[in-house]
Design a protein around this ligand. Structure first.
Ligand SMILES: *Cc1c(COP(=O)(O)O)cnc(C)c1O
Length: 393
């Protein structure tokens, strides 16, 4: 059994490309070209040079001594929070914009919910001098004003979506419509391991630099490449996919995914897809999603904007169903406490998304010589307002 994608874009029974006829030419062009382009030496050279000189990779693997003492294991933090723009998302947007250039595209579109993916996309478009439009729900634009202004400063046009709930789903619909009308000159940058094949695999490959670096860093620091545990938070699942990627077939490495339980999985304010969801089609792929009995997508809730997504990428649906990865969910308050704890113990204020992964440390019984890598997906600067409102520090 393999846990990675097959040539049709399936992870077990999940994945594929469930798209309207009108989008077929765009997605098919990408499917035919992506592997060929990504594997070219010149692509790899440019990608790696930008990851090193622009993003600041490799990110450190930091042995968190005080956190380790607290949990009774050897805990390392993979410091994705130290990337340019403050999170792992830029690994993917750099990869996709280089791909778009090689496909001869002149324009980039994206959709964004909280604005983090929009900012990572606007950043690489400025870097490459490419025209960029980001679709964003009108309500999200009000709630995330600083990110809207960041994108504008970077030269991106932010277009409000006024339909539906005026949130992520509506922005996605607008972006799809734009792409259908501009198939030749435009590339659509999706921000997580979601969407129709080949997006989940493409994004996972760009993020796989995380586990590639981990292997070398662990070898140097512990004498072996394989940790006992890898822990990551899951919204769509891109930082987790990158952290798990090179370990998927190493059964001794336990893969731990932490979703956002919101106010609790027994309330109707949650985003814990594996606990509450079932199979269906979301954003072009077959996966697990939170839906009503007649298939309406349920609006998710989490204190963390980046985990507030009603599904998970098909790779994670498969890892869950096959039992290869263990899924937990952390509530808002468990995550906030874990974020404040890391701040006090290690002098690192994490993104609230990453704080959910930290809350996962509470759920596991470690042995004292266990080596644990926790993927610290982002930094907490963007979340200062939420920390202040929460209080308790
Ligand atoms: C967007 C985001 C996430 C969630 O996205 P994934 O695709 O699940 O990784 C997690 N952490 C941070 C810091 C983010 O910005």
């Amino acid at each position: 059994m393999t846990y990675n994608v097959d040539e049709k874009g399936y992870y077990g029974s999940f994945g594929g490309a469930y798209i309207p006829e009108m989008l077929y030419p765009n997605v098919e062009e990408l499917r035919q070209q992506y592997l060929k382009i990504i594997e070219e030496d010149s692509f790899q050279e440019e990608f790696n040079e930008l990851l090193s000189d622009y993003v600041g990779r490799p990110t450190p693997l930091y042995f968190a001594k005080r956190l380790s003492e607290k949990y009774g294991a050897k805990i390392f933090l993979k410091r994705e929070d130290l990337n340019h723009t403050g999170a792992h998302k830029v690994n993917n947007t750099i990869g996709q914009i280089l791909l778009a250039k090689r496909l001869g595209k002149q324009k980039i579109i994206a959709e964004t919910g909280a604005g983090q993916h929009g900012v990572a996309t606007a950043t690489v478009c400025a870097l490459m001098g490419m025209e960029c439009i980001v679709y964003m729900g009108a309500l999200d634009m009000e709630r995330q004003q600083p990110n809207v202004e960041r994108m504008r400063i970077l030269g991106t046009k932010v277009v409000p979506a006024h339909s539906g709930n005026k949130t992520l789903k509506d922005a996605t619909n607008e972006a799809m419509r734009h792409w259908i009308n501009h198939p030749v000159d435009t590339h659509y940058i999706i921000g997580s391991v979601v969407g129709p094949h080949p997006y989940p695999d493409m994004v996972a490959r760009f993020q796989s630099v995380i586990s590639e670096e981990m292997k070398a860093q662990l070898l140097e620091k512990t004498g072996g490449e394989d940790p006992d545990y890898i822990i990551a938070c899951v919204g769509g699942g891109s930082n987790a996919a990158g952290a798990f990627y090179h370990y998927l077939d190493k059964k001794d490495v336990k893969l731990i995914a932490v979703e956002a339980a919101g106010k609790g999985v027994d309330t109707d304010e949650s985003a814990a897809t594996t606990a509450l969801g079932n199979p269906g089609v979301l954003h072009g792929s077959k996966t697990l999603l939170m839906q009503t009995e007649d298939g309406q997508v349920i609006e998710p809730y989490s204190i963390s904007a980046g985990l507030d997504y009603p599904g998970i990428g098909p790779v994670h649906a498969h890892l869950f169903e096959s039992g290869r990865a263990h899924f937990y969910s952390a509530t808002d308050s468990e995550a906030m406490e874990a974020g404040l704890l890391l701040s006090k113990l290690e002098g690192i204020i994490p993104a609230i998304e990453s704080a959910h992964a930290l809350a996962g440390l509470e759920f596991i019984e470690f042995k004292s010589d266990d080596v644990v890598v926790l993927n610290l997906s982002g930094r907490g600067d963007k979340d200062l307002g939420t920390y202040i409102k929460w209080g308790g520090y």
